[in-house]
Design a protein around this ligand. Structure first.
Ligand SMILES: [Zn+2]
Length: 322
């Protein structure tokens, strides 16, 4: 058990200790062959670095990192676990430059590591269901590029052009969990799909008077605040939690990452919502949850060519507004 970064490093000082920790967290201490599912007698080989499946029909070799965000990485696990600890416990995240310096790897390697950590943080997000009173709202990230000279157009930390307006839709439980989705346009279709797939129907839904919420609102106890006439609260219902969350997200993104490209916006949204939703946990508990999300591999090729990552991998066609 550890309560800070120093204790994490002391409790897992080398690769063996990190592997043992992952074997315990991932497989409850009993290795499971990723090829055939056999778990009875997989035995250690190569001085404890890998396992060999004990099933006579399989006999394949595997390591504890196979099928996870760590797979095929040259970065030692000690540094990976430090990176995960730092990224999940720093309130506002960390830039690839800073992380690279802190753990002694290149900025490019840190950039890739951070994206794989964001990918892990986003794991399971699709299935997150909000069941208390919710507030829904949308916001735009990024400033305007339109009046800028070409040489001054905004770029993210990896040199991708920043779309001048990157919309994000969000829902939040009053005092509870948040869920956000990067979209190409905030439309009625997105509002319907996003809210319906992320909440329990019939609960209270508080929004401003934007028309995109009218249709979906009929399935909920819809409280509409007409912000244009200064109406910000009705019977205690408001959208302040959502607006406060937007300012946390914007301060984080502008303060740490300066700008992010639309292509990677969902990943940054996932990073911030994961930290927000685990804000009441102790750092060591949050670390264990982070480790439970490592299943799945994001390759560099997928990362740099992944327009489908926008809207969480599900790009929805915009629907014409009635
Ligand atoms: Zn096997």
């Amino acid at each position: 058990m550890f309560n800070n970064l120093r204790e994490l490093i002391t409790s897992m000082p080398d690769e063996k200790a990190c592997r043992d920790y992952l074997i315990k967290e991932r497989w409850n201490g009993v290795p499971v062959c990723p090829y055939c599912g056999y778990s009875d007698k997989c035995y250690l080989i190569e001085g404890g670095k890998r396992f060999k499946c004990g099933s006579k029909a399989c006999y394949k070799k595997f390591s504890v990192t196979i099928g996870t965000i760590f797979e095929a990485s040259n970065i030692p696990l000690t540094k990976w676990l430090m990176a995960i600890y730092i990224t999940s416990s720093h309130k506002k995240g960390i830039s690839s430059y800073q992380l690279g310096k802190d753990i002694g790897i290149s900025q490019k390697a840190a950039w890739f590591i951070l994206h794989r950590i964001r990918y892990a943080f986003g794991n399971g997000n699709d299935n997150l269901i909000l069941d208390k009173e919710i507030q829904a709202d949308e916001t735009y990230l990024g400033g305007s590029n339109e009046n800028r000279h070409k040489s001054k157009k905004r770029q993210d930390e990896n040199g991708n052009d920043i779309d001048p307006k990157s919309p994000v839709m969000g829902i939040i439980e009053t005092g509870g969990k948040v869920k956000t989705i990067a979209v190409n346009h905030p439309t009625k279709r997105h509002a319907i799909d996003f809210i319906e797939n992320s909440t329990v129907k019939g609960i209270t839904l508080v929004t401003d008077s934007a028309p995109i919420y009218h249709k979906i609102g009929k399935k909920y106890n819809h409280v509409i605040l007409n912000h244009s006439i200064g109406e910000y609260k009705i019977n205690g219902f408001h959208t302040n939690s959502m607006e406060n969350y937007w300012s946390v997200l914007k301060r984080g993104i502008y303060g740490i990452y300066h700008q992010v490209s639309q292509k990677h916006l969902q990943a940054y949204c996932d990073e911030f919502s994961y930290r927000f939703n685990s804000r009441k946990m102790k750092d060591c508990d949050r670390f264990a949850v982070s480790i439970s999300k490592i299943e799945g591999r994001l390759t560099y090729k997928t990362l740099i060519s992944k327009p489908e990552y926008l809207t969480g991998g599900k790009d929805i066609e915009p629907m014409m507004e009635e």
